[in-house]
Design a protein. Structure first.
Lengths: 427, 463
């Protein structure tokens, strides 16, 4: 008797234990998924935030050496200043930091502490302040990528010299400059404004932000009306026949087609058959709108379906035509849902990379594009491009680009949620 | 030019809406007769006449313009008859660049100078001509339609008919996209298979298309082609990486779904579900970066610590990160399916004294199985079609391997590798990418189809 009871208790305990274990597995699985969200974000943010400031080095530039009287600058046009030969002058200004060094090699090393555009930066300073240039001006020049990374502590200093990109003598110069208080940080505005560059310290996401903006604009212009009209037709007007069924099956299938196939479509049809220009936001936008259309159509149809029939019937009862009932009464009610679907579709399009690679939006573009017909990159493509580069400076730039991309996506999704909360009517 | 012209047309459209509206109102007051529609429908009617034909004509002009310009500019060269078609189009590009001021020819012959002048002339005239035609047409049609307004014209019917046709056309875009995809993939694939036998592609064990590229076109013989385009290593690599991804995402996704639907309090659910769904919204290029820069070195270090040789582009790293990406697809779909199992089944099971785990494993999961399997299949099709993670984190060279620590390459990676940058369009190398794309398209479509059928056929109806 007691045996059986004990047996029962044992088996019950076993069952309860396995219940506990199962619960722990479940919690573990969920924590695993949550943890990766956290790891991903921490990883990106910790390596990316430092790209938003940059190292600058103070240099005293004796403009008197360039010209006898500095007031003369105010009479020069920008053209004239562009024509001034300033290269050796700028170099001398930098040598002024360490007047003692004689050797040519050391001088070269000193120059390499700065970005290759130091001459351009001095020229720009001159152009924007030409009316009141003193005999000597203190200018903050952008440090080279290596110095920038060392200063931010991203670059190991204790490697052997021949394994490092930055040499011992440069570190010596750099430490001395730090001691003299000439090295400082500055908000990295050029990173947000400029186009791509082969030099990490000069590369910016401005070009790809504009490229992404144009692309998304094209997607919006094309896919929003087409998607909504298609949804209205299919939900409100379409007769139940084979053609309609076929269209429906097609839309559902398209939603599941891998994005790269849309890239092949863009390459084969839009570029090679229609001959639209390669690498442009226009073509990128067309391809991405074909990709986002199913999302928009499906979302809009769902929100049209959610409009109660009483609204349609009420409109019809007071003498509206079918078209009037739909356009004046049903569609406005369904609009928040359609907008939410569109924004989510646009967010998808903003993050999409693979189709853009195939239609050539991976070009190295230095200029910020002016129209959707200029060759350009987009934010996700910029991430891909920079992640293939070896320089240390591109890692933080890539992470920073991802941060901005994620920022835009979060904003768009927030907007979608807000629209849904604020305008959605419950029946 | 196009932008200004389109804005002008739209302006005309807006103006003609007011004109039509006004004229209808005037007719009403002066004639004392009833018009058949509301006044603003006459406005729309006139505006449609103003805008739609003009835009269509503009579209036609822009699509055929370049062809006629080329014919006109090259007419002298064509008359000579000694140029092939590709030479002619090359010549035209050169002439275009010369017209822009780029010096390409050592010395400009009379013919070329003439062609450059012709180009400049025709560019200018064609622009003016376009403006005149489009705006003139628009204006004429506005006048025509304004005078057409009378008490017999029912503009509402016309406008509504137009809208209906417009909506229908928009819904056809989906079909046209599918047709476009199939056409572009099939066209290049068939040309590819005319050079490389389909059996070699599907069953060949060696994938090295760059070899075709390196050799001179004359040196190519069929054996070379056959040996270069065996896609089995790609299929194997795709399968391997998708398998690893599923090994990660299936248990995690399913258990998460079970926790969400059966254990979690509504509060936990409310914040955990959106956070996990963030994983689905992160662009894949971000996962690729994460995989290549963080996970792959980690996997390599751990592997080397355990005394294994791990490639820096191991299939394991790419597959693992892909698995994380797929978790929310499985978890939310399965969550929905498990939740939709009727409450009575749960309560029946509890009433028999079953624990929660027993209820879940023995009652709920079997009942929800079709939906869960469907979600797995959709996830597999996701994994197969995923591009950026594998492009950035998996290997680029095809190698037939089943070792997850080795570098493997996938179908999507090879498509990108082949087509990125400049391609020459007639080489079998480029066409092979389209053949791969077709394979991908067919496989993912089949998976989705099967998933839908499984869900449809085996789902039990409880109500």
């Amino acid at each position: 008797m007691t045996d059986r009871i004990e047996q029962r208790i044992n088996s019950l305990n076993k069952r309860l234990n396995s219940e506990k274990r199962f619960r722990i597995y479940c919690i573990g699985a969920m924590s695993f998924a949550l943890a990766w969200v956290l790891i991903l974000f921490l990883n990106i943010f910790s390596s990316g935030y430092s790209a938003f400031y940059r190292t600058v080095i103070q240099v005293d530039v004796p403009f008197l050496n360039l010209i006898e009287d500095t007031t003369q600058f105010s009479e020069m046009s920008s053209e004239d200043i562009n024509n001034l030969s300033m290269y050796s002058f700028s170099k001398k200004a930098i040598y002024g930091l360490f007047p003692d060094i004689e050797e040519k090699k050391d001088k070269k090393m000193l120059i390499r502490l700065f970005s290759i555009e130091f001459e351009q930066e001095i020229r720009e300073f001159l152009k924007s302040n030409k009316s009141n240039i003193n005999e000597t001006e203190t200018i903050y020049l952008t440090a080279s990528d290596d110095v920038d990374q060392v200063n931010k502590g991203n670059y190991p200093r204790d490697l052997d010299e021949d394994k490092r990109r930055i040499k011992d003598i440069q570190l010596l110069f750099f430490d001395d400059l730090v001691d003299r208080g000439l090295v400082s940080y500055e908000f990295n505005l050029p990173f947000l404004m400029r186009g791509d560059s082969r030099e990490p310290e000069l590369a910016g996401v401005g070009g790809s932000i504009v490229g992404s903006l144009f692309t998304i604009l094209v997607v919006l212009i094309l896919s929003f009306p087409i998607g909504i009209f298609a949804a209205i037709y299919l939900e409100e007007f379409a007769p139940k026949n084979r053609i309609t069924d076929f269209i429906e099956i097609n839309i559902n299938n398209l939603a599941a087609v891998p994005s790269i196939v849309f890239g092949l479509l863009g390459l084969g049809i839009i570029l090679n058959t229609f001959g639209l220009p390669r690498s442009t936001p226009l073509v990128g936008g067309i391809v991405l709108s074909l990709m986002t259309l199913p999302t928009i159509i499906i979302a809009t149809r769902a929100s049209l379906r959610a409009v109660p029939p009483s609204i349609r019937e009420g409109a019809l009862a007071v003498g509206a035509t079918k078209m009037q009932a739909v356009m004046h009464h049903v569609v406005p009610v369904a609009m928040p849902g359609a907008l939410t679907g569109t924004i989510i579709g646009l967010a998808q399009a903003l993050g999409e990379t693979a189709p853009l690679l195939l239609i050539g939006m991976v070009a190295f573009v230095v200029d910020v594009p002016q129209t959707p017909l200029d060759a350009s990159a987009s934010l996700p493509v910029q991430v891909y491009l920079w992640s293939e580069s070896a320089e240390r400076g591109y890692v933080e730039k890539t992470s920073a680009t991802i941060m901005m991309l994620l920022g835009f996506l979060i904003l768009m999704n927030l907007a979608a949620v807000l629209i849904r909360r604020k305008f959605e009517t419950k029946w | 030019m196009g932008f200004i012209l389109i804005s002008l047309i739209i302006l005309i459209g807006i103006a003609s809406y007011f004109l039509g509206n006004l004229r209808a109102k005037n007719l009403r007051t002066s004639n004392q007769k009833n018009l058949k529609s509301l006044s603003h429908y006459y406005g729309y009617y006139v505006a449609l006449w103003a805008v739609v034909p003009a835009l269509l004509i503009l579209l036609m002009i822009t699509s055929f313009k370049s062809f006629f310009i080329e014919q006109y500019v090259l007419s002298d060269f064509i008359a000579l008859g000694s140029y092939t078609e590709t030479e002619l189009s090359l010549l035209f590009t050169q002439i275009e660049n010369t017209a822009l001021g780029i010096k390409l020819f050592d010395e400009n012959t009379i013919l070329i100078n003439g062609a450059v002048n012709k180009l400049n002339y025709i560019n200018k005239t064609s622009e003016n001509l376009t403006y005149v035609t489009v705006l003139g047409l628009s204006g004429l049609l506005v006048l025509y339609s304004l005078f057409n307004i009378n008490n017999k014209l029912n503009s509402r019917k016309i406008v509504e008919k137009f809208l209906l046709v417009l909506y229908f056309t928009c819904s056809l875009v989906a079909i046209m996209t599918t047709v476009g995809i199939i056409f572009s993939l099939l066209y290049e694939t068939l040309r590819f298979f005319s050079q490389v036998p389909i059996t070699d592609f599907l069953f060949g064990l060696n994938w090295s298309p760059q070899r075709v590229f390196v050799r001179e076109a004359g040196d190519l013989d069929t054996r070379d082609l056959a040996n270069a385009f065996g896609a089995v290593p790609l299929f194997a690599g795709t399968f391997l990486i998708a398998l690893i991804a599923m090994c990660v995402s299936v248990p995690v996704g399913l258990l998460t779904a079970i926790y969400m639907s059966e254990y979690a309090s509504p509060k936990v659910r409310d914040w955990a579900k959106p956070i996990i769904e963030i994983l689905a919204g992160i662009p894949t290029v971000v996962y690729g970066f994460f995989a290549a820069l963080t996970v792959a070195p980690l996997v390599r270090d751990i592997g080397q610590g355990a005394g294994l040789t791990v490639s820096s582009e191991s299939a394991l790293a790419a597959g693992f990160v892909m698995g994380i990406m797929i978790i929310p697809f499985i978890s939310s779909l399965s969550d929905d399916v498990i939740k939709s199992v009727p409450q009575s089944l749960r309560e029946g099971s509890y009433a028999m004294g079953a624990t929660k785990r027993e209820t879940i494993v023995k009652v709920l999961l079997p009942a929800a199985l079709p939906g869960i399997v469907g979600s797995f299949l959709l996830a597999v099709s996701r994994a197969i079609g995923e591009t950026m993670i594998v492009v950035m984190a998996a290997g680029l060279n095809a190698k037939l391997t089943a070792n997850p620590l080795d570098a493997a390459t996938t179908i999507t990676t090879q498509i990108v590798v082949i087509l990125i940058g400049d391609q020459e369009f007639d080489s079998p190398k480029t066409q092979s990418a389209f053949a791969l794309g077709l394979t991908l398209f067919v496989v993912t479509l089949a998976l989705n189809f099967i998933a839908l059928q499984v869900v449809k056929k085996y789902t039990e109806r409880y109500d």
